[in-house]
Design a protein around this ligand. Structure first.
Ligand code: SF4
Length: 355
């Protein structure tokens, strides 16, 4: 069966310019570099990584909210990179987005009813009476009351506003929804409700999600597969069970090891990754993770690793993933890997000794 979404070799570079009228281009921010993945009908692919890794840019490229520098995006087999405005507008009905900040993404001057009707009007769907019925239905579907259609966004809580954002995305019966950090701005207790709602809606309407997040604990609940991004590149992709039980890329291992959890003494473990993410304006040569990787060797600084098959759809971009020690066995989801912590500490100590 044709996947709902096929992304192949997606690239996005932003020119950086200088001078009084910013005419002189002095370089490129390489936000997305050759990203490829696909999403099946009814599937959720989570795209995870630290801030600035290019995951939100990837989401916007998938929706053609910005033009790619290179690469291909096919929706139900149709290439969308070259569509004209009219064709793109028709296509957008089937591809929607839920934003991170539910307040900023809702027009404060419009009632909720008007907000939910707007996409139907833009796409010429239904009569006025049918739209009003559809608004009531949508509010019911996301757990709000029909009479709340007359209220304005500021009269709702953060979780309720995100429900409105979800209802707006559903208004035009999409096939694919890009969920761009949809729960990051919400309280932890509300996050679970929104994640459950998204899962229920997926089962009910057969939706496909590209779920963009930095929180691997949230991703665990909603994803079928997980793709990990670092500095514009995919470094690992696998089904959820595999990636949480047997992460092979050191960056994925570090992300998993940093999932906070209460320890027996009631304390929480810290984020463990050492150093800062290098600038996408000047990414390091070779493997982009080499400046932070505790296993980096000379080859890592010279040769860029490609995604290689690790079996059963598991792909990893690391020269040495077959021979690296496997903290995965000790890294059940939500547990901090003591092995990895020790290795990072040793790596830091060795780095300081060299300095
Ligand atoms: Fe680390 Fe080298 Fe693998 Fe990159 S290629 S993740 S630097 S071991």
């Amino acid at each position: 069966m044709t996947p709902v979404l096929q992304v192949d070799g997606l690239v996005k570079h932003f020119p950086v310019s200088r001078g009084l009228i910013r005419r002189k281009v002095i370089g490129m921010v390489r936000a997305v570099e050759g990203v490829s993945f696909e999403i099946a009908r009814g599937e959720t692919l989570a795209l995870v990584g630290e801030s600035g890794c290019g995951k939100s840019t990837t989401g916007r490229l998938v929706l053609r909210l910005m033009d790619p520098t290179a690469g291909s995006v096919r929706f139900k087999g149709e290439e969308i990179a070259n569509l004209d405005k009219g064709a793109l507008r028709r296509l957008r009905r089937h591809m929607q987005i839920i934003f991170q900040d539910p307040y900023a993404s809702l027009n404060p001057r419009m009632t909720v009813g008007e907000i939910l009707m707007e996409p139907m009007v833009v796409h010429g769907l239904h009569s006025a009476v049918e739209r009003a019925d559809r608004v009531r239905e949508l509010l019911d579907v996301v757990g709000l009351l029909p009479e709340q259609a007359r209220r304005y966004p500021h009269q709702f809580s953060g979780g309720q506003r995100q429900r409105i954002g979800i209802a707006r995305a559903l208004a035009v019966n999409p096939d694919l929804i890009v969920c761009d950090e949809p729960v990051s701005a919400l309280d932890v207790s509300i996050q679970a409700q929104i994640v459950n709602l998204l899962q229920n809606l997926q089962r009910r309407f057969g939706l496909s999600y590209l779920f963009i997040a930095h929180d691997l604990a949230v991703v665990k609940h909603i994803s079928d597969r997980v793709a990990v991004m670092y500095l514009g590149k995919l470094v690992e992709i696998a089904d959820k069970k595999t990636i949480y039980a047997r992460p092979l890329h050191p960056y994925t291992q570090a992300l998993l090891s940093a999932i906070p959890r209460p320890d027996p003494n009631g304390r929480r473990k810290r984020m463990l990754l050492a150093g800062d993410v290098p600038s996408p304006f000047a990414p390091p040569p070779g493997c982009r993770f080499n400046t932070r990787c505790p296993y980096a060797q000379a080859r890592c600084r010279e040769e860029e690793p490609v995604l290689r098959d690790a079996g059963q759809g598991h792909r990893v971009a690391c020269h040495f993933f077959e021979t690296l020690p496997a903290p995965a066995a000790a890294t059940a989801l939500g547990e901090v890997s003591a092995q990895f912590t020790a290795r990072l500490a040793a790596f830091e100590a060795a780095k300081q000794a060299r300095a």
